[in-house]
Each structure stands twice: as structure tokens, then as C-alpha cells.
Design a protein around this ligand. Structure first.
Ligand SMILES: Cc1cc2nc3c(=O)[nH]c(=O)nc-3n(C[C@H](O)[C@H](O)[C@H](O)COP(=O)(O)OP(=O)(O)OC[C@H]3O[C@@H](n4cnc5c(N)ncnc54)[C@H](O)[C@@H]3O)c2cc1C
Length: 397
């Protein structure tokens, strides 16, 4: 069979551009296709990336808007402060980052095709475009986001949480009084746990010059989320809303396949998002590096079975961590606002701010959960009548 490309990537978001770059840098003939006129628009990201980003992808200084070293974690009536001695995370200009990643792959010699993909044949390697062109490729990689055509063609269920976000100007003094702290406002993010929006949460992310991204993900629709955000702002700050955005965060489903025939999924199309935080980029960039190795091996050996090595490697590395995070989410989900307050009060009383600062991590929660269990802290911080339910969730009885 004759093919036009070794690999065609559907979607030139951050994930599509990254896998396309890795493959073209390894000498493969690659095309990346996107339907958008302007890559990255509209913004659908809070733009916070843990400091481990540099282990998985290039992050140029020009796209970094701010660096943060910690967080204020809020319930209705309590606040915990956790922080690292060094930068814990970067806040980025996500649109500029998407543009950087696409330029990098085009400069590397990959072809960019500005078209919508309307159908794909994963057995024969055919990609049909909205301009009636058909492209043939040995491997087709779906990086087409949360409502993925390719995931649908593979028969995957695609569940999501709605997410809403605003760009808001807030007076520094009202941020300080919300945190009950006069530490530098730009050094910290805030998270807010509220029974109404569980299993999601609300975030405040400082950019610079008194600008913040305030958003939430939850099971509610965008209209309700917008009302919750507006009420939250009214209750706590002097503010001015400059922009509003909305999007969807995929929910990982381990029953879904990542590989079928010549098709392979990475990023939001594969649900590769941290269950507790909704962050997708770090994991998906790591998945790009895994996928790159297996795609090259597949093409060199002309053996499609080898593509499945990507799925096995991803599952081996992430399934256990995802399972911990789903359990954390499930445990939080049974707590009322009063229970959340009790939990935070007890966490404070038991010196857990230090423990969370040391073992907590934006990317993984299993280490922290294990430490809580090892030190017998679950009993001390959970409302007594919920202790049994929570230990059952973590399989401790
Ligand atoms: C409100 C919100 C806040 C978030 N905050 C963070 C955060 O702070 N940190 C973090 O790490 N993650 C965050 N995420 C998640 C992160 O944005 C996603 O995980 C990430 O964008 C996934 O990248 P992707 O390339 O897989 O998909 P996308 O960025 O969605 O890109 C998909 C691309 O595919 C193209 N496409 C789709 N269908 C077709 C088609 N048929 N033909 C051609 N092109 C097509 C689209 O045009 C798009 O360019 C957030 C998500 C939301 C919604």
C-alpha cells in the first residue's frame, strides 16, 4: 500500500504539535491537521503547569507569565497554607504556548494542513478532509481534544465536566484579606472546596498586575457555574471581569482503548487528564514521548501490533495514580461544607500544612495519601461518622 505520510496527527493543540514534533525530529514524514484558523483560541485553560513541565516538554521563558511557590486552600471557614521553598508551578500564556509548539513542528519540516477532518478509516489509514481530499497515512494519531472524532470512531465513551473561567482584575488588598495573609499576592494560587461544586473545585490563579484567572469545574452546566463564580466574586472581592471562557474537562475511563488498528489517541481525546485537578498537559506530554517510541518501532518493523505497546506503557505508569485520585475525589464528594470545614480545622490542628507542603504535589496525590494512611492521620482529620465510609473508599477495611 502507498502512503502519503508515516504519521498524520489530527489536532494541532499542544498535544498534537508535541507528538508531531517528536516524530518529525526522529525523521518521520509527518502532517498535522487542524480546523482552527487561529490555534489556541478560544482559551480553555487556567495555564498552570507544575515545575516538572521541564521534564516533559520545552517551556520558553516568553510564555511564562508568573511563577508560584504555594497555595492557600480554602473551605467556607478555614484556610490552609502550603508551599515549597522553590517554584512549585508556572502560570503560562497558553495561547502563545500553543503557537510556539506549532511553529516548532513546522520549522522542523512537518506539514501543517488547515482543514477539518470529517472521517477516518483506521484499518486502511485514510483521513478524509472537509475539502474532499483524502490522505493516506501508516499511523493516524487523534489529538483532537475532548469531543474527539477519532475517539468516537474507536467506540470510546467520552464523559466530561463542564468548566468555566474568567479573567478578572482584583484589588491586591482584597486578595490579602481573602487569604488572611499579606504574603506577596502573586506567589500563591487559591483553591476553594465547596460541597455545591464537588467533585470539582474553584481556582484563583495570579497572572501579574492584579490580573487573575478564576474558574471552576463541576457537574453543573456553564450557566450555573457562571452564577457561582459571580456570587463568589461578589462575596469576596472588589473586582472587574475582563473576559469569560468556557470549556470541558474529559474524565479518564480505563475501559477506553488508546490504540485500534492504525489509530492512536493522546491528550484530551484519550481522557489523559488528572482526575482531581483537571490538568492535562503534563501527562499528555509524557504520553507523547511514550507514543513516539512505539510509533517509530511500529513503522520501522511494519508491525501494527507494536502500537499497542503505547497503551500498555501508559496504563502501567498512570492507572494506579489515577485510581488514587478517583478515590480522593470520591472521599471528598461525601463531605458537606461543615464536614469540609471540620477536615480543614483538623488538618491545621494536626500539623498537616507541613506534611502537605512536603509530600503534596500538583501531579501526584498517591504519595500524600499513603503518608496520611501510614501516620494514622485519616482517623484524626475525618468526622468520626464518616471515617468508616472513607476508609472503605481507600480499601482499608
Ligand atoms: C477551563 C479549563 C482549565 C484548564 N486548566 C488547565 C491547567 O491549568 N493546566 C493543565 O495542564 N491543563 C488544564 N486544562 C486542560 C488542558 O487545557 C487540556 O488537557 C489540553 O488543552 C489538551 O490538549 P489537546 O491538544 O489534547 O487538546 P486541545 O487543546 O483541545 O486541542 C485539540 C485540537 O484539535 C482540533 N480539532 C478537533 N477536532 C478536529 C477535527 N475534526 N479536524 C481538525 N482539527 C480538529 C481543535 O481545533 C484543537 O486545536 C484545562 C481545561 C479547561 C477546560
Amino acid at each position: 500500500m502507498n502512503f502519503d505520510f508515516d504519521a498524520v496527527i489530527v489536532g494541532a493543540g499542544p498535544v498534537g504539535s508535541t507528538i508531531a514534533y517528536y516524530l518529525s525530529a526522529n525523521g518521520l514524514d509527518v502532517a498535522v491537521i487542524d480546523k482552527k484558523r487561529q490555534i489556541g483560541y478560544p482559551l480553555q485553560c487556567a495555564g498552570i503547569l507544575s515545575r516538572h513541565i521541564s521534564d516533559t516538554n520545552e517551556l520558553p521563558d516568553e510564555v511564562i507569565l508568573n511563577s508560584v511557590k504555594g497555595a492557600f486552600l480554602h473551605t467556607k471557614n478555614h484556610i490552609l497554607n502550603v508551599e515549597k521553598d522553590e517554584t512549585a508551578a508556572y502560570v503560562i500564556d497558553r495561547i502563545a504556548y500553543d503557537e510556539f509548539l506549532l511553529n516548532r513542528v513546522v520549522e522542523n519540516g512537518a506539514e501543517f494542513i488547515n482543514q477539518k477532518v470529517i472521517d477516518v478509516d483506521g484499518e486502511r489509514g485514510m483521513v478524509c478532509l472537509s475539502n474532499d481530499c483524502v490522505i493516506k497515512s501508516k499511523v493516524i494519531i487523534g489529538c483532537d481534544g475532548y469531543n474527539s472524532l477519532l475517539a468516537g470512531i474507536m467506540g470510546n465513551a467520552q464523559d466530561t465536566f463542564p468548566a468555566s473561567q474568567m479573567l478578572v482584575k482584583i484589588d491586591d488588598e482584597s486578595i490579602c484579606s481573602f487569604r488572611n495573609s499579606h504574603d506577596d499576592v502573586e506567589d500563591y494560587v487559591d483553591t476553594y472546596l465547596l460541597n455545591e461544586i464537588l467533585p470539582g473545585f474553584l481556582w484563583i490563579i495570579p497572572l501579574r498586575d492584579s490580573l487573575y484567572r478564576i474558574g471552576l469545574f463541576s457537574n453543573q452546566n456553564h450557566k450555573i457555574q457562571n452564577d457561582i463564580l459571580t456570587n463568589f466574586l461578589d462575596d469576596n472581592f472588589e473586582y472587574e471581569i475582563l473576559e469569560k471562557y468556557k470549556g470541558f474537562i474529559p474524565i479518564f475511563d480505563e475501559a477506553n482503548a488508546l490504540v485500534k488498528g492504525r489509530l492512536l489517541l493522546i491528550g484530551d481525546s484519550a481522557g489523559q487528564v488528572k482526575p482531581t485537578s483537571g490538568g492535562g498537559l503534563l501527562i499528555a506530554f509524557d504520553a507523547c514521548r511514550m507514543a513516539c517510541r512505539h510509533v517509530i518501532e511500529t513503522i520501522e518493523n511494519e508491525d501494527l501490533e507494536m502500537l499497542k505497546g503505547y497503551e500498555s506503557e501508559f496504563r502501567d505508569k498512570y492507572l494506579k495514580e489515577f485510581s488514587y485520585q478517583f478515590k480522593v475525589q470520591k472521599a471528598l464528594n461525601i463531605l458537606s461544607d461543615d464536614d469540609l470545614d471540620y477536615l480543614f480545622l483538623k488538618l491545621g490542628e494536626n500539623g498537616c500544612e507541613k506534611l502537605i507542603s512536603e509530600y503534596g504535589d500538583m501531579d501526584t496525590q498517591s504519595k500524600l495519601v499513603k503518608e496520611f494512611i501510614r501516620r494514622g492521620l485519616l482517623f484524626k482529620v475525618m468526622p468520626t461518622f464518616l471515617f468508616k465510609k472513607v476508609t472503605n473508599i481507600f480499601g482499608l477495611r
